[in-house]
Every structure is written in structure tokens, then in C-alpha cells.
Design a protein around this ligand. Sequence first.
Ligand code: ADP
Length: 160
Amino acid sequence: MTDSTGRTAIFPGTFDPATKGHLDVIERGARLFQSLIVAVGDNPEKESLFSQAERAEMISELVAGYPNVRVETYRGLTVTFAREAGADVILRGLRNAADLQFELEMAHTNRAATGIETVFVVTSPQYAFLSSSLIRQIAAGGGDVSALVPESVARRMRDK
Ligand code: ADP
């Protein structure tokens, strides 16, 4: 049997912005895999609040203390990036049935097309209702997001 701790995984996402829910997945992924790449995507269909470079920079600050985690940006297909990065696993977080519905389709398609496996971690309960879009809505309405995102992210939200 192959040991999952010998593997490299990517954790792809938009991270606009990174939340405590994302960080929770990263922390747990860092324990599960030998090497974890947080892959900050550039989805032309999603208009983002922060640029791809800003999103990557924010996460880089947050994961600086994890020796086996690094952050990279990519364009195009996630599976192509995974292959180029030498990763054989895609790590994703699951919050609810809506996530599951969407993620199953992606995981099936990616595996059928390239053989790559997707591994899911279920959200920690305190973050089950947390999403980047919710954070953007609260911030746009002038609300306080400091309980839901790391302090460095809250500061950047206030600056925007
Ligand atoms: P994407 O556009 O790829 O969905 P996101 O930044 O919204 O990018 O999410 C990236 C990953 O993080 C997804 O797998 C998502 O399910 C997971 N995720 C987001 N928020 C949470 C949370 N609160 N708890 C657990 N996983 C989460």
C-alpha cells in the first residue's frame, strides 16, 4: 500500500479572500501529505475582489510557518497544473450538500480524464457556513469580518 504521507497534493481555489475555513483545510492537508501546494487559480468567469497576485501573497503570509506548504498561481486547467507540479492528488474542502454535488462532478471528470484522485476533508463545524463570497458581502456592507478571516486578511479588506 502506498503511504499518503509520501504524496504531493494541490489545494486549488480562488481564495478571494482566504478565510479561516481555507486555513483549516490547509492545516489538515499539511498533516496528511508530505507536500502541499496551495494553487491560486485565475478564473476568468469569476470577477475577483483581489488580484491573483494579491490573493497568493495573502496566503503566502499565512502559510509561512508550514515547511511543507507552498503557494503557486496558475492559469487554465487545474489538472494540467497538478501534473506540471508533480502532484497526484487534488485536495478540496466540503461544507454541505451543494459543495458535494458540484465537487463530485469535478472529481469524476478529473479522474476519468487524467487519473488524478480528489481527496476531501469535511469542514470543521465552526466554518461550515463560511465562504469567501459571504466575507465579500459583509465587508461591502461595512460589516466586521475579523472573526471569520485571519487578521492580515481583515486588514487588507479594510484597505480595499
Ligand atoms: P473555488 O472557486 O475553487 O470553489 P474557493 O476559494 O471558493 O475556490 O474554495 C476553495 C476550496 O476551499 C473548495 O474546495 C471549497 O470547498 C473549500 N472551502 C471554502 N470555504 C471552506 C470552509 N469554510 N470550510 C472548508 N472548506 C472550504
